[in-house]
Design a protein. Structure first.
Length: 387
């Protein structure tokens, strides 16, 4: 982080210390956008913060391999109105009690803390983020963090109730949208998700296009014997719809009965598509893109592949995750976690909370353990992590 921002962060911390005395300088106070704090920071300082936040240089969020973390994924709920087989164990999951989940305020306090340290993109996920009643307020609160350097507010949703809620979410500041859809056949949707709702997801995707999301990303987990024969139908859908269909390799998590044979690797998907769409060509990827992007000549939309299993992208990983119960997870596939909720609720001084975050980031491993080892490792079920 640039010297100016470091100094300004210190200034914030010292300001709160002076204001409250050494016993009262909780992180909640550091982060709350009270009038007192607001008036202590002049507009010029805020502008300076924005200009001098160099997201690529926060010490706190840089790991021992030099990876700078600018992307935070926050799980808003452990609940979901679907029961996807690859995500939710058949027997369900034990839900955390409400008081142990992060509240609206806590989510916003932690978001502010991370944005001050260089996070520029926040994705809301879950469980299903749309089941959370305070979603519009959460997005609205995050929208205020743009002056501190936040550039994008994204959400991944199953889309079932999206159409109705989208106008308010858009107004509150939601910029980017991923909708999950694994099949174009309604009966198969019911088999995969153990619930009805295909029509509603499709109309959610269309509503998102109408609201100007450009493109709407469609997440499709490809599983052998389930939907791999639909890959080309999904590609065909990009001919006239401005969507970016991302084919995701099936990943192992607790309780999802993953096995190597069920996973369809990237090179196999690509070969299948090339046989039908000979003009498929590679597009340029951005530095931290997890998706390998392609387009068929003349098609409105595009496709991509998320190859976490066959060609991992750990080397350029810039992501951190916050679970709905407030644990920081530095790797999707790592089982080490640290509770920011408890630290926050213990009135821990902000410097110490930042040290907890920093120590977790510094413990991040170079890469995940490899798909076969991952399938034997203990991790949360995906629904309790937040994809
Ligand atoms: C856990 S969901 C949460 C957000 C929302 N409920 C949804 O389904 O979009 C986030 C993403 O993770 C993906 N996902 C879940 N389990 C997976 C697995 N085992 N392998 C690959 N992707 C998975 C889902 O398809 C979805 O796109
Ligand atoms: S993938 Fe999303 S929609 Fe499906 S069960 Fe998991 S959280 Fe729910």
């Amino acid at each position: 982080m640039g010297r100016n921002v470091r100094c300004l962060s210190r200034l914030f911390l010292n300001f709160n210390k002076n204001l409250l005395g050494t016993n009262g300088n909780s992180i909640a106070t550091y982060c709350s956008r009270t009038q007192a704090v607001k008036s202590a920071v002049t507009q010029a300082e805020l502008t300076k913060t924005k200009e001098s936040v160099d997201p690529a240089s926060s010490d706190i969020l840089t790991d021992t391999f030099g990876r700078q973390h600018t992307y935070l994924r926050i799980s808003l709920s452990e609940r979901c109105n679907l029961r996807c087989q690859y995500c939710m164990p058949e027997e369900g999951v034990e839900l955390t009690t409400k008081e142990k989940l992060l509240s609206t305020d806590e989510i916003l306090q932690l978001s502010e803390l991370f944005v001050r340290e260089g996070i520029t993109k926040i994705r809301l996920t879950g469980g299903e983020p749309l089941v959370r009643k305070d979603l519009v307020n959460i997005i609205g609160g995050m929208n205020e963090l743009r002056s501190l350097g936040l550039q994008s507010i994204a959400m991944t949703t199953n889309g079932v109730t999206l159409k109705r809620k989208l106008p308010d979410l858009r107004k509150a500041g939601l910029d980017l949208l991923n909708v999950s859809l694994d099949t174009l056949i309604p009966a198969k949707f019911e088999f995969i998700t153990r619930r009805k709702g295909w029509d509603r997801v499709m109309s959610g995707i269309d509503a998102a296009i109408e609201h100007g999301y450009n493109p709407v990303k469609v997440n499709c987990v490809v599983m052998r014997g389930v939907n791999e024969e639909e890959i080309c139908d999904f590609v065909a859908l990009t001919e006239n719809k401005n969507i970016d269909v991302r084919f995701i390799e099936y990943m192992p998590f607790d309780g999802n009965k993953w096995n190597f044979k069920k996973m369809v690797p990237y090179d196999e998907m690509l070969k299948t598509i090339r046989e039908q769409f000979s003009t498929l060509h590679r597009l340029n990827d951005q530095p931290n893109d997890t998706s390998k992007a392609y387009r068929v000549d003349g098609f409105k939309g595009q496709i991509g592949f998320i190859t976490s299993m066959s060609e991992h992208f750990c080397g350029t990983c810039n992501r951190l995750r916050l679970t709905a119960d407030g644990n920081l997870k530095v790797c999707l596939f790592g089982n080490s976690e640290v509770s920011l909720r408890d630290t926050l609720r213990n009135n821990t001084p902000p410097e110490d909370l930042l040290q907890v975050v920093s120590a977790a980031v510094k413990r991040k491993k170079k890469q995940h353990a490899g798909m076969l080892n991952l399938s034997k490792m203990k991790n949360r079920p995906m629904i309790l992590i937040g994809g």
